[in-house]
Design a protein around this ligand. Structure first.
Ligand SMILES: Nc1ncnc2c1ncn2[C@@H]1O[C@H](COP(=O)(O)OP(=O)(O)OP(=O)(O)O)[C@@H](O)[C@H]1O
Length: 270
């Protein structure tokens, strides 16, 4: 049953978690996947997940995004539409509804998050249409607005993303995700594979947008520079488990676990 709009809770109190993950495990055998992951995400917070290749970062994010089914654990989410829900136990219909309205998922490879043969405007407008918007003028105006917010030329609104550069595709994927003003954004290496100058501009844009929209995000990356720029808190993973967690400055300045120390020493200049 869908709650009537008037009874929908709109904002969360800052002390009320947006997402609480407990004991999340995805076992691919031979020690691969992720194990016993627990963390809390607070409203307005950007949480970074870092670790070397194979640490289990994407597995964790894929479970939260509905791309992989966990073997154990739960994730309690404070939904705007449905109130408190446990996301792994949701019906497919409710999960889809949340995925296109309250959640966003930004893939490293923008082609996974876009429809490559549909126009840029169509890619952005699609989520609005799925939410019931039918007015062509309004769809086009909102798509134009979001293209511009992501510094994409509004004149390219009718071009398909197959004609865009990598950086433009990534910005389009972000526009598509943000147009419904989601509450929770999951991002897997959003700047991976882009030129350094393109990365820097995209990170600046992302920082402004995430803060401006007051959404919460879980961001997977192996790049501690990205974490330093964007994340309030960070979890360090090794071998599928969390080995350290703390405020970003704390973990980057004074890492406690040997794995975090190696990671920081290998990436950041002293
Ligand atoms: N679908 C799958 N089937 C089998 N094993 C998998 C699958 N997906 C991931 N794994 C394994 O689980 C482990 C964690 O992989 P995952 O992709 O989550 O790591 P990661 O930290 O995101 O690494 P990277 O930074 O390289 O993407 C790896 O050993 C990987 O080979």
């Amino acid at each position: 049953m869908t709650l009537p709009a008037t009874s929908l809770p709109t904002a969360l109190a800052p002390e009320q978690p947006l997402l609480q993950v407990r004991g999340l495990t995805k076992d691919y055998g031979a020690g691969r996947g992720c194990r016993d992951i627990s963390f809390t995400l607070w409203p307005g917070e950007i949480l970074g997940i870092v670790g070397e290749s194979g640490a289990g970062k994407s597995t964790l994010l894929d479970c939260l995004g509905g791309f992989a089914v966990p073997d154990a654990g739960r994730a309690d989410y404070a939904s705007r539409l449905f109130g408190p829900v446990e996301i792994f136990g949701l019906s497919e219909a409710r999960r889809r509804r949340l995925a296109r309205s309250e959640w966003g998922f930004v893939h490293q490879d923008a082609r996974r998050g876009l429809r490559m043969s549909v126009s840029a405007g169509g890619n952005v407008g699609e989520r609005l249409m799925a939410e019931g918007e039918r007015h062509y003028g309004s769809l086009r105006a909102r798509a134009t607005d979001w293209l511009q917010r992501l510094e994409l030329d509004a004149d390219r609104i009718d071009d398909p993303p197959s004609q865009f550069s990598g950086g433009m595709r990534q910005r389009l994927q972000i526009a598509r995700n943000l147009v419904t003003e989601p509450r929770l954004l999951l991002m897997d290496e959003p700047t991976g594979g882009l030129d350094l100058s393109v990365q820097a501009r995209l990170l600046d844009l992302l920082r402004g947008l995430v803060r401006g929209l007051d959404l919460s995000a879980v961001l997977v990356t192996h790049d501690l520079g990205v974490v330093r720029l964007l994340c309030d808190r960070v979890l360090v993973m090794e071998g599928g488990r969390i080995v350290e967690e703390g405020l970003t400055d704390q973990v980057l300045e004074d890492p406690q676990h040997p794995h975090s120390q190696r990671l920081v020493a290998s990436i950041l200049p002293v």
